[in-house]
Design a protein around this ligand. Structure first.
Ligand SMILES: NC(=O)C1=CN([C@@H]2O[C@H](COP(=O)(O)OP(=O)(O)OC[C@H]3O[C@@H](n4cnc5c(N)ncnc54)[C@H](OP(=O)(O)O)[C@@H]3O)[C@@H](O)[C@H]2O)C=CC1
Ligand SMILES: CC(=O)[C@@H](O)[C@H](O)COP(=O)(O)O
Ligand SMILES: [Mn+2]
Length: 382
């Protein structure tokens, strides 16, 4: 059987490296045809020498020139936004793993869909920013969007073969992030280092901060709305500190189907690559006796106001989720640089959303304008 051709956008990141780990374990099944990253060229060089893709993309022309000299002539080195699009659509990938961080992934995801590749989607900011455009294009091209995000992979698995009309609600689980058990008073002076200590998952810096602010769950609620076509009234969030139940679906007959497993992203990544089949995985098997007890708590929107803001932005629709996402990206980048205190992240998002008049059914230009505007506004606060 021909090997599945895979392009990995964001190959040097947490999802990207775990994708390559999954791929490397089954060399008969996969061929890596493109790799795209930003600035971590040492890691990218190693990946390119190992997987021998046709195309490698980096952030800038300078980095591309440097990398070209170190790679065999058969590997084309491209760069910038155009390079991402080349990697997504120019190497004939059957599946494109979208694992860039942030709404920068939008254009390359759209290009991959245009090219007819299946999408293994980790990059949730893309759907949050322009879900209506991405889903419409995928439907027009007949392209499947298979979620990699653990909660959405769980829901996708729970819904497999079920009658959608029988779905009462989705229950998205949330670990609570690094500061789950702190009161708001105790969030004033937290450090970047503290915020980066997720209790259950080892992930990139931005999503780890999003987990601590509960923005991640807000992005995931909006992501679920687009992926599964359900209104916000049918998407709930439940605190689950152990991150073993990755999410659940409640049906009209009161049955609840859940997907469980140890927190290991290689499982949803692999599922997105092998769907509708399952293969053995390097993840540790789940031992429920060892886990002992699983806990669930009601979500507190006063303790975690970013989740409330996300629901509000999602319900408003149009460019509101674009602005929610872009303001957050800008605020988190500033927090990580030490320019803003932790609690300023939510305040920046709220203020920028407060200034925004959402445009309904925006085309791509309006999305990009709103994204740029929100970043400028977020940069000017505090
Ligand atoms: N990590 C996880 O477990 C999970 C992640 N996700 C989602 O997956 C996505 C990726 O997350 P994660 O892997 O943690 O992020 P990382 O920060 O670890 O990796 C991000 C990747 O994107 C690349 N990148 C960033 N900016 C650019 C740019 N301007 N041009 C080209 N490449 C760029 C980085 O390249 P470089 O580093 O070389 O600059 C890196 O390869 C996010 O949307 C996240 O929310 C979802 C569920 C779980
Ligand atoms: C692994 C994954 O999918 C992350 O999005 C994870 O869910 C973060 O955990 P919390 O946002 O629940 O803390
Ligand atoms: Mn998730």
């Amino acid at each position: 059987m021909a090997r599945k051709k895979i392009a990995v956008l964001g190959s040097t990141g947490s999802i990207g490296t775990q994708t390559l780990d999954v791929v490397a374990r089954d060399p008969e099944a996969y061929e890596v045809v493109a790799l795209a990253a930003g600035t971590r060229t040492d890691e990218l060089l190693e990946q390119a020498l190992r997987f021998k893709p046709q195309i490698v993309s980096v952030a800038t022309r300078e980095l591309a020139d440097k990398l070209s000299g170190e790679l065999p002539a058969g590997i084309r080195v491209v760069c910038g936004d155009e390079g991402l699009i080349e990697a997504a659509a120019g190497a004939g990938a059957d599946t494109v793993v979208c694992a860039l961080m942030g709404s920068i992934g939008l254009a390359s995801t759209m290009a991959a869909i245009e090219a007819g590749a299946a999408i293994a989607l980790a990059n949730k900011e893309t759907l949050v920013s322009a879900g209506h455009l991405v889903m419409k294009l995928a439907a027009e091209r007949g392209v499947p969007i298979i979620p990699v995000d653990s909660e959405h992979s769980a829901i996708y698995q729970c819904l497999n073969g079920e009658d959608r009309k029988a779905v009462k609600r989705l229950i998205v689980t949330a670990s609570g992030g690094s500061f789950r058990d702190r009161t708001r008073d105790r969030l004033k002076d937290v450090t970047v280092e503290d915020a980066l200590k997720h209790p259950n998952w080892s992930m990139g810096a931005k999503i780890t901060i999003d987990s601590a602010t509960m923005v991640n769950k807000g992005l995931e609620v909006i992501e679920a709305h687009w992926l599964f076509g359900l209104p916000y009234e049918q998407i709930d969030v439940l605190l689950h500190p152990e991150s073993i139940v990755h999410s659940m679906v409640e049906f009209t007959d009161t049955s609840v189907i859940a997907q469980l497993g140890n927190p290991d992203m290689r499982v949803p990544i692999q599922y997105a690559l092998t769907y509708p089949h399952r293969h053995s995985s390097p993840a540790a098997p789940l031992d429920l006796v060892k886990a002992g007890a699983l806990h669930f708590r009601e979500m507190d929107l006063e303790r975690f106001p970013c989740l409330r803001l996300a629901y509000e932005a999602g319900r408003t629709g149009g460019t509101a989720p674009t602005v929610f996402n872009a303001a957050n990206e800008a605020a988190v980048a500033r927090f990580l640089k030490g320019e803003l205190p932790f609690l300023a992240i939510e305040s920046v998002i709220e203020q920028v959303l407060g200034k925004h008049r959402a445009l309904p059914q925006p085309e791509l230009d309006a999305i990009l304008d709103a994204d740029r505007w929100a970043r400028r506004e977020a940069a000017s606060l505090f």
